[in-house]
Design a protein around this ligand. Sequence first.
Ligand SMILES: Nc1ncnc2c1ncn2[C@@H]1O[C@H](COP(=O)(O)OP(=O)(O)OP(=O)(O)O)[C@@H](O)[C@H]1O
Ligand SMILES: [Mg+2]
Length: 153
Amino acid sequence: MIPLTERQLVQLGEDLGRRLPVGAVVWLEGELGAGKTTLVQAIVGGRGGPGAEVRSPTYTLVHRYDGPFGQIAHVDCYRFATPDEGAEIDWADLAAGDLMLVEWPTLGGHWVPSPNLRILLKHTAAGDLREVVLSGGPLPDLISGGPTGVRDA
Ligand SMILES: Nc1ncnc2c1ncn2[C@@H]1O[C@H](COP(=O)(O)OP(=O)(O)OP(=O)(O)O)[C@@H](O)[C@H]1O
Ligand SMILES: [Mg+2]
């Protein structure tokens, strides 16, 4: 995919928020400052939830947002001192909600459910552009060329 501006990345996130099926688990990967939380804000907003309220969880391991299709969970495993901290999260409760959006999923070890969609964000030589790599099953097809897809952005 061609590198995206922040505005385009937000459009991609909003589009995903509208299209992801209920129950989807999304992994967001990439270095510090790559844009994972920015994308979570856009997904939650596009879903009809309080996107502007989205912050990385700091004092808690999980943030929960109420959306029109149920609870949207936002986990950031970067806060885990060790993967064992995953034991403190009620994963079954999160899985019963609408979406589960997980930053730094590999730092959560085996606690983190398998993804339906993986999004890898990469810095590029052009500082404010981000490369976006989608993988993880049939879901990426959802965003290729739909009426609100990023291609026309
Ligand atoms: N094309 C772009 N896409 C996304 N963010 C961008 C882009 N260009 C610049 N930015 C900026 O990069 C920063 C991304 O921060 P963000 O908190 O979303 O990253 P993160 O991947 O969640 O980092 P962390 O690993 O620390 O949680 C924001 O300040 C945002 O404004
Ligand atoms: Mg973040």
